[in-house]
Design a protein around this ligand. Structure first.
Ligand SMILES: [Zn+2]
Length: 383
């Protein structure tokens, strides 16, 4: 009661001080957010059925249905993601734990095998697994990975490295010497050139034929087909501070890969949705989801122009146990609550667009994503 009287008194005085009505103030706490300037979403028609030459897998790390919904409300009820013609549900459990991490989650998608919590690119016994990037490469496709975190972080590491412990980022960095991934973009330079063993992996990568680059601007102007771009010592900035750096780098990755006539497999990760979820920072989650969605928009436009490209968008797990409590898609206001500082055990959505999209409907284990991609790209697995 006292509270209500105080609020009434304060709101009476606010106009006098030129602050406007309380309801219209920009909201700054971590559980509410209002997007000031929404972006328009243009219609991108999906091509009719056809040959699949390229597959682009986009992973929103920690992006459950609620994170998507929060972005949708904030951007006034529209997302590029909604243009996907087919949807499914992916079960994310690790081999030894209901609630997975990015290592076991991404390894399942990369290799078709469930593994233990915190492992990357190895099975439950610690044996190296063949991942989609290895197999695609051996079948003559070009491969690329672009992320907004360190390139040695769990999701990219699951595709390009093999380690029972995702924390061993210096060891993971050495695996890139033999990964054969053509285009690599992300952060984490310090795991390559500021190491306990004093090795300079940047020089070693260069000796392996990689053009080594250390800024986004330089990456965007390169035409080299084999390139290692490590644009930060650690992770890239979070959105909106990052600007359009990741969106542009993702598209440039595709432009570099398309020079391979046989086709390509690309992994693009909206890496930092997860970090914002761990911090229980709703504005951060929304900003990251919207940056990822705009990346998706650019990818769909690219794929519509190029043709023969299947686009799949999913997550490794949900982060934060986020619930939406209120919102207004007329104003872009959204409010929510988190139930954990970790991950949750819910299924995550899968969205697909382009030729072959119809194969992604239904409810399945995350390992099926590997099998579907392998079969649609007609990849033969051999040692
Ligand atoms: Zn996480």
């Amino acid at each position: 009661m006292i509270k209500r009287v105080l609020v009434a008194a304060v709101s009476l005085y606010l106009p006098v001080f030129g602050l406007g009505q309380t309801g219209q103030q920009p909201i700054r706490d971590n559980l509410q957010y209002t997007l000031q300037v929404p972006y328009p979403v243009e219609k991108i028609p999906a091509p009719k059925k056809g040959k699949i030459k390229n597959v682009i897998l986009l992973i929103g790390d920690g992006m459950g249905l609620t994170q998507v919904s929060a972005g949708w409300v904030a951007n006034r009820g529209q997302l590029y993601l909604e243009q996907c013609t087919h949807t499914g549900m992916s079960k994310t459990t690790a081999a030894n734990k209901l609630i997975t991490d990015s290592g076991a989650g991404a390894t399942a998608m990369a290799s078709g095998q469930k593994t233990i919590y915190h492992a990357v690119g190895v099975d439950t016994a610690g044996t190296d697994l063949h991942t989609l990037t290895d197999i695609a490469k051996r079948n003559g496709l070009a491969t690329g990975i672009a992320v907004a975190c360190s390139i040695t972080d769990a999701t990219p590491a699951s595709f390009a490295a093999n380690n029972i412990d995702r924390e061993e980022e210096e060891e993971i960095a050495t695996d890139f010497l033999n990964s054969n991934v053509d285009v690599l973009f992300g952060g984490g330079r310090r795991y390559f050139n500021n190491r306990k063993d004093q090795r300079d992996l940047l020089q070693e990568m260069n000796a392996k034929g990689y053009q080594v680059i250390n800024s986004t601007a330089e990456f965007l102007s390169t035409r080299q087909a084999k390139v290692l771009a490590l644009v930060e010592d650690g992770q890239l900035d979070t959105a909106p501070k990052r600007g359009t750096a990741f969106q542009k780098a993702a598209i440039h990755t595709l432009d570099l890969l398309k020079t391979n006539r046989t086709g390509f497999f690309a992994l693009l990760e909206g890496s930092r949705i997860d970090d914002m979820g761990h911090m229980n920072n709703l504005p951060g989650v929304v900003e990251e989801v919207l940056d990822f969605d705009q990346t998706i928009g650019k990818v769909l436009q690219w794929a519509a122009k190029e043709g023969q490209t299947l686009v799949i968008i999913t997550a490794d797990h949900e982060t934060g146990g986020l619930t939406l409590l209120d919102g207004d898609k007329g104003t872009g206001y959204v409010s929510g609550k988190f139930s954990t500082g970790g991950h949750s055990g819910v299924m995550v959505p899968v969205y697909a667009w382009g030729p072959g999209a119809e194969h992604f409907t239904g409810i399945y284990e995350n390992t099926e994503l590997f099998r579907k991609i392998q079969s649609l790209l007609r990849l033969r697995q051999r040692n």
